[in-house]
Design a protein around this ligand. Structure first.
Ligand code: NDP
Length: 433
């Protein structure tokens, strides 16, 4: 860890993981003998490259591209690509590190990776995004493939970007459906992949609530973000009888006490690519404020952070609990900082950590890979049913592992331990590689 003192997000993710695996090391001394911890925090490979492209005015722009191939212990590297100005090596390493254990928890044979660029797709024309994606893939294609490394979407990468990336890969290598997931349906995408992370988050939360005799019915919920994860989390909460009263984007948040109208959010964000502030034009009884959604003063019971890392600190966590929150489940990766996690745990509220609660997206990505290999397409209902089964199993594994290792109810430890055991056993079996 002292090798990368400035990689704050990566060190935070590693610290959270180390905090919870002590009981495993005591029970399995071989892990220390084999020096598994020093090995697992070191990525197998990091690729960093120049991404030159031409903007709409004909001016050459240069961004930085990354792919971290973190662990192939249990399968090909798998993890999304993020396009956001904040992307740097620390961010892709923290995301890649978390991805190892998340992928392991799904029960599917996929290793951990992540990538992206500091390119900002916001405000760019379709042609600019296409030229960037073509340049990015021209370099990335040397390192990926259906059986080696299979990227997908993340912040700033949806169907449009995956389409352009896939088009360029195909031009250079021929048609290999399995090289990317999250593809539009006509290119071999899976039904229910778009919905998977948001729906999966709500399925996980539903299981967590069920164990304490609760459900979404008549509960007020706040979701941060209004992107892919947030939209489908809101949709599923409403299907299960809860009411999402607020959501956000990076500029501000809307509060609609009658319940967020999801069709309006989809139209604004998925079709028109507009700001969430426009919501009140169509729904004048709602209100819009600048700032973070967690400033909200309303009473609510369930929080589903689904925007970005470190959006909740200790002060916000305390405020959430004062507002009546008894359950937090993470759609985003690492949205709660270490202080916030400590506050949830000391308060004894239900807490579903990201690597378990948001694993639905990568799980359906792996189902997309299976469908591509089989040259089959499953129906929406079939994929959704498998997603629900996987999320239920992840919840039960986290719960039962936490209990088995003497920390019942601590799903952070449960997720880290369950994910880690499978990967570390595979590493030991493969020798020193
Ligand atoms: P999108 O790009 O579709 O949406 C991101 C949302 O979060 C947007 O509303 C965006 O607002 C907001 N946001 C992004 N950065 C910030 C910031 N710094 N401060 C405040 N708001 C911000 O991304 P996804 O929905 O795909 O991803 C959201 C989170 O979920 C990420 O942490 C991602 O890693 C995680 N995740 C995603 C998966 C997936 O399948 N897509 C799978 C597992 C995890 P704006 O539009 O203004 O930028």
């Amino acid at each position: 860890m002292e090798r990368d003192p400035h990689q704050t997000e990566f060190l935070q993710a590693v610290k959270e993981f180390f905090n919870s695996i002590e009981p495993v090391l005591e029970r399995h001394p071989r892990l220390m003998e084999e020096n598994i911890l020093s090995r697992i925090v070191e990525p197998e490979r990091i690729i960093q490259f120049r991404v030159p492209w031409t903007d709409a005015k004909g001016k050459t722009q240069v961004n930085r591209g990354f792919r971290v191939q973190f662990s192939s212990a249990i399968g090909p590297y798998k993890g999304g690509l993020r396009l956001h100005p904040s992307v740097n090596q620390s961010i892709v390493k923290f995301l890649g590190f978390e991805q190892i254990f998340k992928n392991s928890l799904t029960g599917l044979p996929i290793g951990g990776g992540k990538g992206g660029s500091d390119f900002d797709p916001k405000g760019k024309t379709d042609n600019e995004v296409m030229r960037f994606c073509q340049s990015f893939m021209t370099e990335l294609q040397k390192y990926i493939g259906p059986d080696t490394d299979v990227p997908a979407g993340d912040i700033g990468v949806g169907g449009r970007e995956i389409g352009y990336l896939f088009g360029q890969y195909k031009r250079l290598n021929g048609f290999h459906a399995g090289v990317l997931t999250g593809k539009p349906i006509p290119m071999g995408g899976s039904l229910a992949r778009t919905e998977a992370t948001g729906y999966g988050l709500v399925y996980f939360t539903e299981e967590m609530l069920k164990d304490t005799g609760k459900s979404f019915k008549n509960q007020k919920v706040v979701v941060s973000g209004s992107g892919n994860v947030a939209i489908y989390a809101i949709e599923k909460v409403h299907q299960l009888g809860g009411t999402v009263i607020a959501c956000s984007d990076s500029n501000g948040y809307i509060v609609d006490l009658e319940g967020i109208k999801i069709e309006t959010v989809k139209q604004l964000k998925e079709v028109e690519r507009k700001r969430i502030s426009e919501y009140i034009v169509k729904h004048p009884t709602a209100r819009y404020n600048e700032g973070t959604v967690w400033e909200i003063d309303e009473e609510y019971q369930i929080a589903l952070p689904s925007a970005t890392q470190n959006e909740i600190n200790g002060t916000i966590a305390t405020k959430m609990i004062d507002n009546g929150v008894y359950a937090v489940a993470e759609g985003a990766n690492m949205p709660s900082d270490l202080e916030a996690i400590e506050i949830y745990q000391n308060a004894g509220i239900l807490y579903g950590p990201a690597k378990a609660a948001n694993a639905g997206g990568v799980a359906v990505s792996a189902l997309e890979m299976s469908q591509n290999s089989l040259r089959l397409s499953w129906t929406f209902e079939e994929v959704d049913m498998r997603l629900k089964e996987i999320m239920t199993k992840i919840y039960l594994d986290c719960r039962d592992t936490a209990a088995e290792y003497g920390v019942p109810g601590d799903f952070v430890s449960g997720a880290n331990i369950a994910g880690f055991l499978k990967v570390s056993n595979a590493m030991i079996s493969q020798g020193v590689v």
